[in-house]
Design a protein around this ligand. Structure first.
Ligand SMILES: Nc1ncnc2c1ncn2[C@@H]1O[C@H](COP(=O)(O)OP(=O)(O)OP(=O)(O)O)[C@@H](O)[C@H]1O
Ligand SMILES: [Mg+2]
Length: 230
């Protein structure tokens, strides 16, 4: 349920990559707002710019032009330490490629955002264990990522994103490596977080069934927002 306060405001967002010395436009002027408490899906064909947009929304990359306000603050005005603090305290991010730390166990990967915040190691680990158990990963919590299947790594990545109870969860194809049953459990979890904790959720998906469970659906095509359905 949306609460009315704008959390994410993007205005005429552009992103160019430089390829062979020439700018290659990827995002070509994307504008939308997301209100606190919304549950939003993002669909669009491969290469349409979904991950590029998500990385900017997650404060992991900067736009080439245009404005991005997060929680009412112009992101361009934030220093690197301020950006890191907002990321750690307010944003949970599920990467399309998981980005787990290879030498850490599942539970240590999940506990990491809490340790960065200054939580005691004991508390961080017990919280990590609880979330991993929720995701049916208790028995694998001492495994390193290379000792886990793709779907298990994905669940660790999801656990890491939600362990700190973020205001906003940005998930880049979080069910891509999961079978349909586990994928549905993850979506159910996101719906619960949204409904019960008021977490704003933005989820990229190729699965129309997942998108249908979101109250709002964005569609990207070739670097532009083609549709915004509620
Ligand atoms: N670092 C980069 N340098 C140059 N081009 C890039 C870079 N990263 C992405 N691109 C290009 O930007 C376009 C958009 O990529 P992006 O990863 O955002 O797509 P996507 O919509 O997430 O696709 P998918 O559904 O396959 O994940 C692609 O054409 C890609 O080749
Ligand atoms: Mg992508």
């Amino acid at each position: 349920m949306s609460t009315g306060a704008p959390l994410i405001e993007v205005d005429a967002l552009h992103k160019d990559y430089t390829v062979g010395g020439k700018p290659l436009p990827i995002l070509k002027g994307v504008s939308f707002d997301i209100t606190s408490g919304e549950l939003v899906s993002v669909m669009g064909s491969s290469g349409s710019g979904k991950s590029t947009l998500m990385n900017i929304l997650g404060l992991l990359d900067h736009p080439t032009r245009g404005r991005y306000k997060f929680g009412g603050r112009d992101v361009a005005a934030l220093s690197e330490p301020e950006l890191a603090r907002v990321r750690n305290q307010q944003i949970g991010f599920v990467f399309q490629q998981f980005n787990l730390l290879p030498r850490l166990s599942a539970r240590d990967n999940v506990a990491l955002p809490l340790l960065y915040r200054g939580s005691a190691r004991r508390d961080a680990l017990s919280r990590a264990d609880a979330i991993l158990a929720d995701l049916d990963m208790a028995e694998r919590r001492h495994h390193q990522p290379s000792e886990l299947s793709g779907g298990q790594q994905q669940r660790v990545a999801i656990a890491r994103a939600i362990v700190g109870a973020p205001n906003v969860l940005l998930a880049d194809e979080p069910t891509g490596a999961l079978d349909s049953r586990v994928g549905q459990e993850i979506i159910d979890l996101f719906v619960r977080l949204n409904r019960d904790a008021g977490t704003t959720v933005l989820v990229i998906t190729h699965d129309a069934g997942v998108a249908q469970q979101c109250e709002r659906r964005l569609l990207m095509r070739d670097g532009l927002l083609l549709a915004d359905d509620r």
